[in-house]
Design a protein around this ligand. Structure first.
Ligand code: ZN
Length: 184
């Protein structure tokens, strides 16, 4: 019952956020992010388990990138890359782990596609710390924020979808998320 009540509440909050406009002057690059259902589920399940309802968790998607098409092929969880030293509202990826990952991806000919991390509640904007994260400054890089520490149900429209543009981060309108994030 508790879960059911929460789900209803979350739907109304989704509608409340759907009308929010992205910040003026920060336009997102064109293009889409494609991820297979299997990778999507593996990623969210891994984040849910690592977050365990009390701490943030994060993962990196790597894959192939063209001007308009970003395809996630593999997931790399922060907690597999290093001791991510997370708390309720933060987590870290060490510089050492970051550069080891860059080398690994380079050897596979892969690129960084997206950072995906959890927040404790339904707020899925990027925090100042998130915005300052320099995992990738590439134009068009994706940053996804999963609410409720990735607890199920996983609803794509509740996830904050952000892209790196020429002038900073841009959050994609909730109504436009399904046309940008393709789980196929
Ligand atoms: Zn965050």
């Amino acid at each position: 019952m508790e879960e059911e009540r929460q789900s209803v509440g979350r739907v109304s909050r989704l509608h409340a956020t759907a009308s929010q406009q992205p910040r003026e002057g920060v336009r997102a690059p064109l293009g889409s992010l494609t991820v297979t259902p299997a990778l999507w589920m593996k990623t969210l399940a891994g984040l849910r388990d690592r977050s365990a309802e009390w701490r943030e968790s994060a993962a990196i998607w790597a894959g192939h990138v063209t001007d308009t098409s970003w395809t996630a092929e593999t997931v790399h969880f922060h907690h597999d890359l290093c001791d991510d030293r997370a708390g309720a509202l933060s987590l870290e990826l060490s510089e050492e782990a970051k550069f080891a990952l860059y080398r690994l991806l380079g050897s596979y000919g892969q690129r960084l596609v997206a950072l995906i991390h959890t927040h404790p509640h339904d707020w899925v904007d990027l925090s100042e710390v998130d915005e300052a994260n320099q995992l990738s400054s590439r134009f068009g890089f994706w940053s996804l924020v999963v609410p409720w520490y990735a607890r199920e149900p996983w609803i794509v429209e509740e996830i904050g979808v952000h892209r790196r543009g020429a002038l900073g981060w841009h959050r994609i309108n909730v109504a436009e998320v399904p046309s940008h994030v393709r789980i196929v």
